[in-house]
Design a protein around this ligand. Structure first.
Ligand code: DSN
Length: 440
């Protein structure tokens, strides 16, 4: 039971929001699924669009009062199509999970099979089995088969996947959907290597670009729509510039299924303020996305190499550690991913623990997995470059390997952060990256 007065609770929320802003102003944010939005996106998401409904398709809404919303949504769709060179874009999914559910609903039925990466092999919870409470199994009733994964090269094994699909066909479990992409995503997935094979079985190919969308948009990762993916799903706030939201891409032949599954299937309000924010972010990505993607990959590679030089076991070594915004580190020599996450947070270095290949077989679980995952999207957007990556790797070494007092490293981290308080790769950055805006 809450003991405080209503006004005390009200005030408490604002003080916690401010403390949170302060924390991020003074931290090194390395969560690979997060990014910082520009002041322009923040302006869009506090607009009155957030108080409205605009059910249906622009121009064919269920409600009145949508004329400007329609204009923004058409612009948003056009920007998304231009950014990803897609024939069709539905910008209404409110998250990456919903975007995946749109594809499951439009192109499969409960009881169908989907082949996807397992979580230690990088799969996302929305690709998962019912017994793990994964969205695909729990919500849409899909049965999940996992791709054979090669831990050395940290990607899906092409030949073994072909064998597995042939075997699944023989036992009457031919997949209806093949899902590529995921959460731990260091190297491109073999879409072009498998597309013709999968299509010869009439398997729908979806590519979950949530993590790498900004790199694809910048032309610096793979190009799934040209490589054979039928549809592409994503969230809009990892290597893209936010705000939180989802996006589904496809061609004309997928349009009807995607539209119906999105509305009325999976959304009523599509969070119209965030739709406007996405439009701003797509315009920023078209203008600045290539330079941003180039810098992300440079940063990730230097970061991985520096961690490796510091003594860490960085995954994907035989392939140069990473081609994305992510770096994955096996920390078992020093501790486990859960404890490392906690120790680093004491120094304001924000990372997440990560299941890595081999963890489940070895009996490790999500609370104490073998790895941590680091992402450079946000620190790159704050203007950091290769030298800063070397410095951050050193702080991590001092906490994890040298077991220095995290409170001492915290002082260094706060000092280090002083110079990086603006959002880069955007049209306007008058407001500080984590500046708290009081409207009351
Ligand atoms: N769990 C986050 C990820 O890392 O992919 C977002 O879904």
């Amino acid at each position: 039971m809450v003991k405080s007065t209503n006004k005390e609770s009200y005030n408490k929320i604002f003080s916690k929001l401010k403390e949170h802003h302060k924390l991020f102003e003074n931290s090194i944010p390395l969560i690979a699924s997060e990014n910082i939005t520009s002041p322009a996106v923040r302006e869009a998401i506090i607009s009155d669009f957030g108080n409205r409904y605009a059910e249906g398709w622009p121009g064919e809404r269920v409600y009145a009062g949508c004329r400007y919303i329609d204009d923004v949504e058409f612009e948003c769709m056009n920007l998304a199509k231009k950014l990803f060179k897609a024939k069709f874009a539905d910008v209404r999914s409110i998250s990456g999970v919903v975007a995946n559910l749109v594809v499951y609903s439009a192109f499969s039925n409960p009881g169908d099979i989907m082949i996807a990466p397992s979580i230690p092999a990088g799969g996302h919870i929305s690709h998962g089995k019912k017994e793990h409470s994964g969205t695909a199994g729990l919500v849409h009733g899909l049965e999940i088969e996992f791709y054979p994964f090669d831990a050395e090269s940290m990607t899906i094994d092409v030949d073994k996947t072909k064998q597995k699909v042939e075997e699944l066909k023989k036992i009457g479990r031919l997949p209806k959907i093949a899902m590529f992409g995921g959460s731990l995503f260091l190297f491109p997935h073999p879409v072009k290597e498998l597309a013709d094979f999968l299509k010869s079985f009439d398997i729908h190919i979806n590519y979950d670009a949530a993590h790498v969308a900004g790199l694809i948009a910048g032309g610096k990762f793979q190009d799934p729509l040209r490589e054979g993916a039928d549809t592409v799903t994503m969230s809009t706030h990892k290597t893209l510039f936010g705000p939180q939201g989802g996006l589904v891409l496809g061609s004309e032949k997928h349009e009807d299924g995607i539209k119906k599954a999105t509305f009325p299937g999976l959304t009523s309000s599509h969070h119209i303020h965030h739709m406007a924010g996405k439009a701003i972010a797509f315009a920023e990505a078209l203008e600045f996305g290539k330079d941003y993607a180039i810098q992300i990959i440079k940063n990730a590679k230097v970061f991985a190499q520096s961690l490796n030089d510091a003594g860490f076991k960085v995954l994907g070594e035989s392939r140069g550690f990473t081609e994305s915004h992510q770096v994955a580190v096996n920390v078992l020599e020093y501790s486990d991913g859960g404890k490392v996450e906690v120790d680093l947070e004491k120094a304001n270095i924000i990372v997440n623990r990560q299941l890595i290949p081999g963890d489940i077989k070895a009996g490790r679980n999500y609370f104490h997995p073998g790895g941590i995952r680091l992402g450079v999207s946000e620190i790159t957007r704050l203007g950091m470059k290769q030298d800063e990556m070397k410095e951050i790797a050193l702080y991590i070494k001092q906490v994890v390997i040298d077991k220095k007092d995290p409170k001492k490293i915290l002082l260094k981290v706060k000092k280090f952060r002083e110079n990086y308080q603006k959002v880069h790769y955007c049209f306007d950055n008058k407001l500080g990256a984590y500046e708290y805006i009081k409207l009351r």
